[in-house]
Design a protein around this ligand. Structure first.
Ligand code: ZN
Ligand code: ZN
Length: 136
């Protein structure tokens, strides 16, 4: 993903693509590791000296509000962010702390009864365990 693709993505979500916002989005699109605010801030601040952690945090909240990014609560210590808003599950490795995508979950897992009285705005499916590299 390039800076211009991130720029275009923000425009699609009616988000004014400032340099800082575009840089945060570009980082998220290129790092499918579900980074934390700290990780994004540490990676971008050398290139954007005016960037503050608060700006990163506020930017991510705006992205969530506009539906361009999802926040994961899978890691109880840190909120994680994902630019992939498609239906997919996550796996948290308790040994290395990495969050992995699980893309092909049976769609029935996501279904709620059709007579449900609830209006769903978001959902998260989280699995916890040990990843392959930590198992070996
Ligand atoms: Zn692991
Ligand atoms: Zn994900």
């Amino acid at each position: 993903m390039t800076y211009m693709q991130a720029h275009r993505y923000l425009m699609q979500y009616s988000i004014r693509p400032s340099v800082q916002r575009t840089a945060v989005m570009e980082y998220l699109m290129n790092h499918k590791t579900h980074p934390t605010v700290d990780e994004i801030y540490l990676a971008l601040s050398p290139g954007i000296p005016t960037l503050s952690k608060t700006t990163v945090y506020n930017t991510l909240n705006l992205f969530i509000e506009k539906g361009a990014v999802q926040m994961l609560t899978i890691d109880e210590k840190n909120a994680r962010y994902d630019a992939d808003t498609s239906k997919h599950a996550h796996f948290y490795c308790g040994t290395c702390g990495k969050v992995h995508d699980i893309m092909n979950v049976n769609p029935e897992v996501f279904e709620i009864p059709s007579n449900s009285q609830f209006t769903i705005h978001s959902m998260q499916l989280s699995y916890y365990g040990t990843c392959t590299s930590c198992n070996s």
